[in-house]
Design a protein around this ligand. Structure first.
Ligand SMILES: [Zn+2]
Length: 331
């Protein structure tokens, strides 16, 4: 289950923080000023996705690095072409002569898109953050494919490449406690193994060992076929989908890609920089208007839309941008 919120108010820097409930795992989409995020949240972040490296989307890198420094941590950063050099230059602007004495292991792996390939480099604290290039990979549209979620990406036009992302949760397996009671089965760690077996798509005739602990000892119970437990003891829900669309011009190519990646999302976060009446200005600056954002959300068939990245020229009039998005979304 995801819990997603914008790090800042919509007039401030972009940043979407997504936490996986009950797991020490979080993702960050864009990192403008992220000082509003408590350190305990920053420390949960495992993956960071940066749409492009205009300052308002990337300035938070220093704060992130500062918070994780001195911790055992792995961070994976993803960004547009040139991103490795951007990160390398930011790191290189500090002096790292004493970090070899650190006993903790902080490793930052940076991946950038290069047309149909991904290029990655590793920056390890214990190596004074000297970049080590990793083998190239094929880019198939997915940046992350984990056991609980996957992250896809398309490249939009913002006069420079600007990445848009969707985060898809895998199916959710919920245990039906009443059914367990009726079947005379205890709760216990075996249920986690049951969930994993279902998520892995193991065959219905796979045996599942029921077990629990008593006085620190493992007590085995019945062995039941996976298919029976799937039918009677669990309910399977589709995972939820979040899409994040940052800076991009309203062009037919961008619109098609945005509608595609945001398709049927439960929650779309989309930039809405200008009012529709300023659409020429929006086009010249390679941004969306609120009306265009709402229209794209409607065409993508999303359940819920949250606009962000409002131009400061509308300061104090944010409700106009929100209303315009919602009117186009609901029309
Ligand atoms: Zn921006």
């Amino acid at each position: 289950m995801f819990q997603a919120h914008l790090v800042n108010e919509p007039f401030e820097d972009p940043g979407l923080y997504v936490e996986l409930l009950h797991r020490k795992d979080a993702l960050l989409f864009d990192m403008g000023d992220i000082r509003n995020l408590p350190n305990r949240n920053i420390l949960k972040i495992r993956h960071v996705f940066v749409s492009h490296t205009h300052m308002d989307h990337f300035v938070g890198f220093d704060h992130l690095l500062r918070v994780v420094l001195g911790r055992d941590k792995e961070l994976d950063l993803y960004g547009p072409p040139g991103f490795i050099r951007n990160v390398e230059n930011r790191i290189a602007s500090y002096t790292w002569n004493l970090v070899e004495n650190y006993t903790n292991s902080l490793v930052i792996t940076v991946t950038e898109l290069d047309r149909s390939q991904t290029v990655s480099a590793r920056f390890a604290l214990q190596n004074s953050f000297r970049p080590e290039m990793l083998p190239r990979g094929d880019f198939t549209g997915k940046l992350v494919e984990g056991s609980h979620y996957s992250v896809s990406c398309v490249i939009l036009d913002h006069k420079i490449p600007s990445l848009a992302f969707s985060l898809q949760e895998r199916q959710r397996v919920n245990i039906r406690k009443n059914a367990l009671e009726r079947m005379g089965l205890p709760v216990g760690p075996w249920l986690t193994q049951l969930k994993d077996a279902i998520l892995k798509g193991e065959p219905d005739d796979s045996p599942v060992q029921v077990w629990w602990r008593e006085g620190g000892m493992r007590v085995p119970g019945k062995i039941l076929p996976l298919g029976l437990l799937k039918r009677k003891a669990v309910s399977i829900a589709e995972g939820c989908k979040i899409a994040y669309i940052a800076d991009s011009v309203f062009s037919p190519e961008n619109a098609e890609k945005i509608v595609g990646i945001a398709s049927a999302a439960d929650h779309l976060f989309i930039e809405a920089c200008f009012l529709g009446e300023d659409s020429i200005r929006a086009r010249d600056k390679y941004h969306l208007t609120a009306r265009q954002a709402g229209e794209l959300a409607r065409r993508a068939g999303v359940k819920r839309v949250t606009p962000f990245h409002f131009s400061p020229k509308y300061q104090g009039r944010g409700e106009l941008l929100i209303r315009e998005v919602m009117e186009a979304f609901n029309s």
